[in-house]
Design a protein around this ligand. Structure first.
Ligand code: PLP
Length: 377
């Protein structure tokens, strides 16, 4: 077998021909700001892909969460249930909207929040729940959404990591009041930086559109009169041009992501020192945004030592998210002081992910697995 001697980065995105053609057309026609046909085309095509009526393109997945939550116009001080194991953006949007984040621990096998754990956190003060699908598997949505509807609790589905994944037979990104996405360079499709909110609700759509654009007035003459505290979170035509091109290849991208994940799974599943996220379960097939590894308690080698050894072997990795209750800024703010998030903490300390970008070759994946299996015998 051919030896691999080069550095393997944790992510290299893959761009196809449509992207270059679209970008060149922006440059040729001077449509480079957020005005321009690609923003509208991307919103239309991406919302349709997610079985939604409306899309609002924004500058990042973090911006998408902030705009989506503010658009719900929830009563100040009410509670929003969020996963403890997720990107910090999930807690930040709640805090920035003057709402109270309530943490839910994750499961050790799905790495997602579980139905009963979420339901237990619902109180009279709960106004919304943010359901984040982690790393490639969806949250089990049905029962949570049903209960939320009955109690008039709003749902934001954060589908940033699972573009194209199906929960049961329906696309993630089609559940709840609003769904949010990120198009950072390591996502299934990328615009470099970017995000989108999709919804079926016209009023929420119009509010999101207004909030991402400083809540300018719609009147031609009264343009610089603003009726809310919005943001400039606009996506540029250049970014949307990339997105339109990427979306044309979405089926190819999903297929390759699954091939990468399945090859890792096949070569690592028998290693008894590690736990892998479920490859499939009764409601989904893992789409492998990233391929994560969780060290078992019987593993003598510490996570950081293993990551260092892999780096010495020119294999780049990243640690898992840090549980919200362990974030320095939240400790300073005296948030989550009494929260015990045992599983999220375990994942934060013992989990990391392997190179998972679309440019990765099979031969590199097999090499990475051989190195890991040699270290973790
Ligand atoms: C689940 C989830 N939500 C939101 C975000 C934030 O997206 P962005 O980096 O585009 O702000 C990320 C980023 O990786 C994410 O994983």
């Amino acid at each position: 077998m051919k030896k691999i001697r080069h550095f393997i980065p944790v992510n290299v995105p893959k761009l196809y021909n449509y992207e270059k053609k679209n970008i060149l057309s922006c440059l040729k026609t001077n449509w480079i700001s957020s005005e321009g046909k690609y923003v509208k085309e991307f919103e239309k095509n991406f919302s349709k892909f997610n079985l939604r009526k409306y899309g609002v393109a924004v500058s990042s997945g973090t911006a998408a969460l902030e705009v989506a939550l503010k658009a719900l116009n929830l009563k100040k001080g009410t509670e929003v249930i969020i996963p403890a194991f997720s990107i910090i953006s999930t807690a930040l949007c709640v805090i920035k909207c003057n709402l109270k984040p309530i943490l839910v621990d994750c499961s050790l096998s799905t790495w997602n929040v579980e139905t009963e754990a979420v339901i237990k956190k619902i109180s009279k003060k709960t106004s919304a729940i943010i359901l984040t699908h982690i790393y490639g598997l969806p949250v089990d949505l049905d029962k949570i959404i049903k209960i939320a509807k009955r109690k008039n609790i709003r749902i934001i589905e954060d589908a940033a990591e699972v573009i194209g994944l199906k929960y049961k037979k329906k696309n993630c990104g089609s559940f709840g009041d609003l769904s949010t996405f990120s198009f950072y360079a390591n996502k299934h499709i990328t615009t470099g930086e970017g995000g989108m909110i999709v919804t079926n609700n016209k009023n929420l759509y119009l509010k999101c559109k207004s909030l991402r654009n400083l809540s300018f007035s719609n009147s031609y003459f009264d343009r610089y009169n603003h009726d809310d505290i919005g943001w400039n979170y606009r996506m540029t035509n250049l970014q949307a041009a990339l997105g339109c091109g990427q979306l044309k290849n979405i089926n190819k991208i999903i297929k390759r992501k699954r091939e990468i994940g399945n090859l890792y799974y096949k070569n690592l599943k028998n290693n008894n020192k590690i736990i892998l996220q479920q490859n499939k379960n009764s409601y989904s097939n893992n789409i492998y945004w990233v391929f994560g590894i969780l060290l078992k308690k019987n593993c003598k080698i510490k996570r950081d030592v293993l990551m260092k050894k892999l780096l010495k072997n020119k294999i780049d990795t990243r640690p898992f998210f840090l549980s919200m209750n362990k974030q320095s800024i939240f400790k300073k703010m005296k948030l989550f002081k009494r929260d015990k998030m045992t599983n999220s903490d375990y994942l934060s300390k013992n989990g990391f992910y392997l190179p998972s970008g679309l440019a990765l070759k099979d031969i590199e994946i097999k090499h990475i697995c051989r190195v890991i299996n040699k270290i973790l015998i």
